[in-house]
Ligand binder design. Structure first.
Ligand SMILES: Nc1ncnc2c1ncn2[C@@H]1O[C@H](COP(=O)(O)OP(=O)(O)OP(=O)(O)O)[C@@H](O)[C@H]1O
Ligand SMILES: [Mg+2]
Length: 360
């Protein structure tokens, strides 16, 4: 596989979607029967704090062992995985190139010109590109999505996978995987998303990814440092607990009665403000879109009871929690009841597992 193919990768069957996030390793394997998807295996294996920080794997051995536990627990026999990179070391840009260039010439030309677009030395990055189609900017040119990721980030992830005996087959970009995953949310969208502007918000432990889709195509992306970790910090501060104690109390719901009113409700209001701010950035960046038709909440923060109603009231935008598996059948091996509970935080893993069905 040339490095130019390594970011988006090629199609393959029997592929695990593997989201190595800041709080856990999430593994998901899908199969397809006709146009219906089926969950073959899944596992969520918590990571120790700070094993992954700022989207970087700090300790490949700890993460590799965690992936191995996820693989064992899921019962999968698939060894190939799709994983994602994101954060500051990933750069995407749409550039224009002459439409007449062959694929090979395009690759050569992009390699030559890439340093204009990327703030790192070309030797330090993996490069990939996808021709999007005719450009509206100049006749005779095509829009090309250029993606670059620092080799270090890819290599750390691959090292962790190899410790677990897995082979990295596809390295995707998180926002691209989230856009793919939105296909599994069409059943929740008004008019199945056609002609609609929909904000998909994945609020995890440390990061919030905002993806605005119009007509199911991504028109805006933004990442913010905000997530459930903030709620853990609020709990620590309010009740004078250590990080471990606060995380445990949050997970096992063992907090005093005033928690809901004094800590959780203000946090949910914060979530609303963060989302509102991102949407204001989106409106400021786009003259074509003046309204959001729906918010879809994903990530662990979407699991907070009643969060959809609270955000809907605060922002006056119809809001739902992502249910990517609602129209899928689930193998008993994939523990359907637990899967339903974790479903909102598995969206990225869904988008990665979906890469199994890329045209070869
Ligand atoms: N029912 C719940 N109530 C409150 N918080 C929850 C609930 N379920 C999960 N969370 C929080 O969601 C967060 C984990 O979400 P998620 O799995 O989406 O994060 P992540 O993908 O590991 O993080 P990131 O994407 O930021 O790297 C944790 O902070 C966790 O405490
Ligand atoms: Mg996440």
């Amino acid at each position: 596989m040339s490095i130019m193919q390594s970011l988006f990768g090629g199609g393959s069957r029997d592929l695990l979607g593997l989201d190595i996030s800041s709080s856990a390793v999430k593994l998901l394997e899908l199969s397809r029967r006709g146009d219906r998807f089926h969950v073959e295996t899944y596992a969520v294996e918590p990571l120790p704090p700070n094993a992954v920080a700022d989207k970087q794997i700090v300790d490949p051995k700890v993460v590799g062992e965690c992936i191995a536990r996820a693989v064992n627990r899921s019962g999968t026999r698939t060894l190939q995985a799709a994983l994602a990179v994101s954060g500051a070391s990933v750069i995407t840009k749409i550039i224009q190139m002459p439409a007449t260039l062959s694929e090979n010439d395009l690759e050569e030309q992009i390699k030559v010109e890439a340093d204009q677009y990327i703030p790192y030395s070309i030797d330090e990055v993996h490069l990939d590109f996808q021709v999007l189609g005719p450009s509206s900017v100049g006749t005779g040119s095509v829009d090309v999505l250029l993606a670059a990721c620092r080799k270090e980030q890819v290599e750390q992830r691959c090292a962790a996978l190899e410790i677990a005996g897995l082979k990295p087959r596809i390295v995707d970009i998180e926002n691209n995987a989230l856009q793919n995953a939105s296909l599994f949310l069409q059943h929740q969208m008004p008019d199945s998303g056609r002609g609609k502007t929909i904000a998909l918000i994945d609020m995890g432990a440390t990061t919030t990814s905002v993806l605005v889709l119009h007509n199911l195509q991504s028109v805006y992306t933004r990442e913010q440092s905000f997530g459930g970790r903030q709620l853990t910090d609020d709990i620590m501060r309010y009740y004078g607990l250590s990080l471990e104690e606060a995380a445990k109390a949050k997970r096992f719901n063992s907090l005093p009665e005033d928690y809901s009113f004094n800590v959780l409700t203000p946090f949910v209001a914060d979530m609303g403000q963060q989302i509102d701010r991102s949407l204001q950035f989106f409106f400021a960046s786009s003259s074509q879109h003046a309204q959001i038709d729906q918010i879809i909440l994903a990530g662990g923060c979407a699991e907070i009871a009643g969060v959809d109603r609270a955000i809907q009231e605060q922002l006056s935008i119809p809001t739902v929690v992502a249910k990517p598996f609602a129209h899928m059948s689930v193998s008993p091996k994939a523990k359907p009841a637990q899967l339903a509970k974790d479903s909102a935080s598995l969206l990225l893993a869904c988008g990665l597992a979906y890469r199994a069905f890329d045209p070869a």
